[in-house]
Write a protein that binds this ligand. Structure first.
Ligand SMILES: NC(=O)c1ccc[n+]([C@@H]2O[C@H](COP(=O)([O-])OP(=O)(O)OC[C@H]3O[C@@H](n4cnc5c(N)ncnc54)[C@H](O)[C@@H]3O)[C@@H](O)[C@H]2O)c1
Length: 375
């Protein structure tokens, strides 16, 4: 009998857990997805907190063991919303148990872990997806469409910045995002990975990088108040990029950009025009056409039905938000799972993204240009 629903197990329930739970619920109630999500079980390490999360986020049950959850016969999709050090073991076990897997970015903490995940997913023949949700912001998808329609012509420049300021205070504690063993890297993997995913998605593959990493506050208070500990990840990352198609670019990711809260921005310049986007004004896309009747950039309010990912939400001008990018992502994932077709971006994109991150780190250490190693 044809399946009409998909039973979800979500691992992790804080920031991304809340964003994903909201997306699964919205998808089911509002978007008529190919499979209706059933929020079966949410998993965390603390029984009380996981139980509370199940109540708040709308899951039928909670559990404290992801190992148990991924083996359950009544689960179809495992959604990984935990820090990077647990992505590989959870995704590999879930794939081996035949579950479709949606995983948060960056795919893993190292290229080797990401490749093991890709191998396990391919060997099991499961549908896998990586949550670079910004690809599904309507204005970003419109930028992609305009590039595919050759409205920019040959692309010369990509300028990606992802700027935040939440750890400016040196007394901010040493949370998992500031620990290499848990997060893999700092601003580079956390937010630079999004910028580099957009670079790959919109412009093309990156061949070579010249990177620099900086850690401005090297000791921070431990979360349990027992002293201080070393910050062993970057607070800011910056890199020159050389693309396969001849374009050149820059990527800058920082958590020390005072006043910038979640400024995921890019500008792309081509022979026929330019595009510019800022997540803090996410309904808008700036477009300049060299042969336009007027000179200057114009602002497109990317909320028309004809714009990607808008149909099914609200009438033109009725503004979408951050959360819609996640709902759009899970709706497409459910369609891929229903059809047994590859999702995009997927674990292979995650491997390629990590190969660029790894090259930036290598270059920061060698102080030379480094090639992105593709294997
Ligand atoms: N797509 C995006 O824009 C975006 C934004 C923020 C974070 N992320 C990614 O999402 C992931 C999670 O980040 P977050 O901000 O939600 O972190 P968070 O600290 O808010 O939440 C992490 C969750 O994982 C749980 N957890 C940790 N280890 C676990 C384990 N071994 N078993 C079960 N649960 C465990 C914690 O209890 C918590 O619920 C990371 O990979 C991060 O890079 C993506």
């Amino acid at each position: 009998m044809k399946k009409t629903s998909a039973r979800i197990a979500m691992i992790g329930y804080q920031f991304m857990g809340r964003a994903h739970a909201n997306a699964w619920r919205q998808a089911g109630h509002f978007c008529n997805p190919a499979l209706k999500p059933e929020l079966k079980v949410v998993c965390g390490r603390d029984a009380q907190a996981a139980g509370d999360a199940a109540q708040t986020l709308g899951f039928a049950e909670s559990d404290t063991s992801w190992e148990r959850v991924v083996q359950r016969d009544d689960i179809d999709i495992v959604d990984i919303c935990t820090p990077g050090d647990s992505h590989a073991p959870i995704a590999i076990a879930a794939a081996e148990a035949g579950k479709a897997v949606l995983c948060e970015k960056p795919l893993a903490n190292t290229v080797a872990e990401a490749q093991a995940m890709e191998r396990a997913a391919e060997a099991a023949g499961i549908v896998h997806m990586l949550c670079h949700n910004y690809r599904r912001v309507p204005a970003v998808a419109l930028a992609k469409r305009l590039i595919e329609e050759d409205r920019l012509g040959r692309i010369f420049h990509f300028r990606g910045t992802y700027l935040q300021d939440w750890i400016l205070d040196p007394e901010f504690p040493l949370v998992w995002r500031l620990q290499k063993a848990r997060a893999g890297s700092g601003a580079l993997g956390d937010i630079g990975s999004h910028s580099l995913d957009l670079a790959r998605h919109l412009v093309g593959e990156i061949l070579e990088v010249s990177g620099h990493l900086a850690t401005f506050v090297e000791q921070r208070p431990l979360e349990d108040g027992s002293g201080t500990g070393p910050v062993d990840v970057d607070d800011a990352a910056i890199s020159l990029l050389r693309f396969e198609n001849g374009a050149i670019g820059t990527m800058e990711a920082s958590r020390f950009a005072a006043g910038r809260k979640n400024a995921n921005c890019f500008e792309i310049n081509g022979e026929k025009g330019s595009l510019s986007f800022d997540l803090e004004r996410l309904n808008e896309l700036e477009f300049y056409e060299e042969n336009g009747s007027e000179s200057g950039f114009r602002t497109i309010l990317a909320t028309d039905e004809s714009h990607p990912f808008v149909e099914g939400w609200w009438p033109p001008g009725h503004i979408l938000g951050y959360e819609h990018s996640f709902t759009n992502t899970v709706v497409d994932f459910l369609a891929a799972v229903a059809a047994g077709q590859p999702a995009s971006p997927n674990f292979s994109d995650g491997v390629q993204n990590l190969q660029v991150l790894e090259a930036v780190e290598r270059s920061a250490n060698s102080r030379h240009w480094e090639r992105v190693v593709v294997s």
